[in-house]
Design a protein around this ligand. Sequence first.
Ligand code: SIN
Length: 525
Amino acid sequence: MRRYLVNYNKNFEIEKGYDIVIIGAGIAGLYMSLMLPKNLKIAVFSKKDIYDSDSCLAQGGIAASIEDDDRSLHIKDTINAGCYVNNLDAVKILVDESQIAIDKLIGLGVDFDRNSKGDFYRSLEANHSFPRILHVNGDATGKGIMDVLINQVKSAENIDVISDIFAIDIVDNNKKCTGVTAYHNKKFLYFKTKFCIIASGGIGQIFSKTTNVDVLTGDGIAMASRAGAVLENMEYVQFHPTAFFCNNVKKRMFLISEAVRGEGAVLRNIYKDTFMKDYDARKDMAPRDIVARAIKDQMDKFKSKYVYLDATMYNKNFLQHRFKTIYSKCKDFGVEMDEEYIPVTPAQHYFMGGIKVDMHSRTNIEDLYAVGECACTGVHGSNRLASNSLMEAVVFGRRAALDISERIKNYEYEEKNDFCRSAIEDKYSCIDNNRKIEFQIIKDHLKELMEQNVGIIRNVDKLNYSLKYVDNKIDELENLEFDSMDYMEIYNMYQVAHSIISAALQSKISIGSNYVEEYCKSLVK
Ligand code: SIN
C-alpha cells in the first residue's frame, strides 16, 4: 500500500504555528484540547462543520460509576458485554476515572439531568446491572455536552478550530511523527507540530446502513496505518439493533436509543410476537451483538426488512419528555410512538477496533496519539457496553493530555526531524495522473459489499471473496494521483475495509461482534 496519498510536488504550504494538532472535533478531540495547558497553541481539525460529529448525535448518555454505584459491577458489565476479551487495565481506568470525568464535565458547564429531588437522573441500558447512565436534556446527551465543549473551545485563545479541512497523512521520520499534511481551501498544507493526536472517530460510512455521520470514513485509522501505527481488534464492528427503518437510506439512519428498551420497551417480530426470550435470558436487555443477531435472524426467518420496537406501554407525556428527539423524529416519519410500534432494523453504529494505544493513548509512533472511537485501548473487548463510548473519549482524552503536558516540558526540537521533502518524494516513482475513476460508484460498491458480506453474520467464503475484491480495487488505486478529497477518502475506506476483513479472516474464532458462521453454535438458545 502507498505510504503517502499526495505527492509533494503539490507545493505544500508549511504551517509552523502550532505545538499540537488534533485531527477530529468530536468529544474526544475537543475535550482533550481543553485539558491541555493553556500556553500551548493547538489546532483542532474538523473535516466539515464542528457540529458534524457522531458525538453531537449521541442519545443514550454517558455511563459513569458514581455515588452509590459499585465500581466492580460496572467493570463486570463491561467485560461481560465485551465477551471477556477486554483489556482489564483499560476497563478499570475507565470505571475508576468516571467520577473525575463527570466532575470535570460539570466544571466545564455540562448540566446533567436531575430528578425532582435534585439527584442525577440515572437510567438503565442493555447489560447494565445498575442504573448508571447520565444524560443531558433526555435523549440529547451528545448535543448537550458538545454545545458546552464547542463554546469553551471557541472562547479559548490558544485553540483554533479549522473547519472543512481534510487531514491527509501523518508525516514521520524514522517512526517519529513530525506533523500532518492536509487539504484546505484548495491548498495542500503541512502542519509541523510537536505532537499529533488522531481523534477522527469511526468508520460507519464504509457500510451502507449506518447511524454514523457522513464524514466517518476511517481516515484517521487509515493514515495512522500508512505511517506504520499498529491497528488492533479490527474485526470488531458494532451493529446497533434499533435504527429507524426506512426504504431509502440516504447518508445515515436515525437511531432509536437503547435507552428506550432501558425504560421497558420490547422488540416484536413482523407478526407482533416478542422474541428475545428465545435468544438470551436477558431478553431485550441482552448485549447489543446478541440483540442485533436475533433481529437479523427474525428478519431472515420471516423475510421482513424490519422488526418492531413497542414503546406503547408509555404515555405520550413521558415519551415526549424522556425521548424528546426520538419522539419528534418518529412523528416526522409518521409514527406516534405511544400508539404505534416503531419499525427498526440493525445498522452499523460503532467500531471497537482501531489504532492500538497504551493507557496514555500513545501509539507506537513517537509523538503520535489516538483517542476516542478511532483508538483501540481494548476497553470494549469484542462488543461495547452501551454508553461507555462518551466516557472512554473523556477519560482517555484527559490521560493523553496529561501525558503530553509532562512530555512537552522536555521536548527538544531536532532539525533532522523537520519536514523532509525528499523522503516523501522518494515514495512516488510512478504516479498516473491520466486515469480517472468513478469514485461514487466504487464507494457505493464498497458500502454494499461490506453490508452484505462483512456485517452482523459473516462467513469465510464471503470474507475471502470480499478481501479479493477490495485488494483488487486498492491495486487499481495504487498509482493514481489523488487531487481531490473524494479520491483520498475512498482510498482510506478501502484500506480500512481491507484491515477489517483480513482481521475477521485471521481471527479463526467467533466472538462478540465478529460472528463467523463456521466457528459458532446456533443463534437460538
Ligand atoms: C444509544 O443511545 O442506544 C446509543 C448509545 C451508545 O452507543 O452507547
